[in-house]
Design a protein around this ligand. Structure first.
Ligand code: ADP
Ligand code: MG
Length: 156
């Protein structure tokens, strides 16, 4: 499977990158976010929200599992960390197949419910302010999206 990497040197750069990615998204898109606590998953989501013209402050949904925001497209922000050891289906499909974009932090915990076509993003801490972003697209649409996004990002 093809994957793409980028180095992000500050929280602002992470947010700007996510905001640019938002321009490529359409209803029903699912993005999974993996990475240790403090890697930058929520920071990335805040940037995505900004790019979707969401003006409300995006908070970590840890205690609510799902938060919904209105913008150019709705954003469904999930953090399923607290669902550890649970294989209960909370009606995820309604979000995944909904009118908005779904972002799932700690998505591997609900692996069995995830759609096959999705954009998997992993964030790894490389230093105080430095992060490595890995994009792994599944399906034709996300493959093309990543190629275009990387071309815009790096010029190659
Ligand atoms: P997570 O949701 O993965 O637990 P958060 O986004 O809540 O992580 O927290 C990431 C923390 O790391 C924030 O305090 C953020 O300011 C900091 N940080 C430092 N450098 C970066 C970077 N390049 N990208 C994202 N966050 C960064
Ligand atoms: Mg978080």
């Amino acid at each position: 499977m093809k994957q793409y990497q980028m180095i992000l040197n500050s929280p602002e750069e992470t947010m700007d990158t996510a905001a640019r990615l938002a321009d490529y998204l359409k209803p029903g898109d699912v993005i999974t976010l993996e990475g240790d606590l403090g890697a930058g998953k929520t920071t990335f989501t805040k940037g995505l929200a900004k790019g979707l013209q969401i003006n409300r402050v995006v908070k970590s949904p840890t205690f609510t599992i799902i938060r919904e925001y209105q913008g150019r497209l709705p954003l469904y922000h999930m953090d399923v960390y607290r669902l550890e050891d649970s294989d209960e289906d909370l009606g995820f499909d309604e979000y995944f197949e909904g009118e908005g974009v779904t972002v799932v932090e700690w998505a591997h915990l609900i692996e069995e419910f995830l759609p096959e076509e999705r954009l998997a993003i992993t964030i790894r801490r490389q230093g105080d302010d430095v992060r490595e972003l890995t994009l792994e697209p599944s399906g034709e649409r996300f493959n093309r999206l990543c190629e275009e996004f990387m071309y815009e990002s790096t010029g190659n």
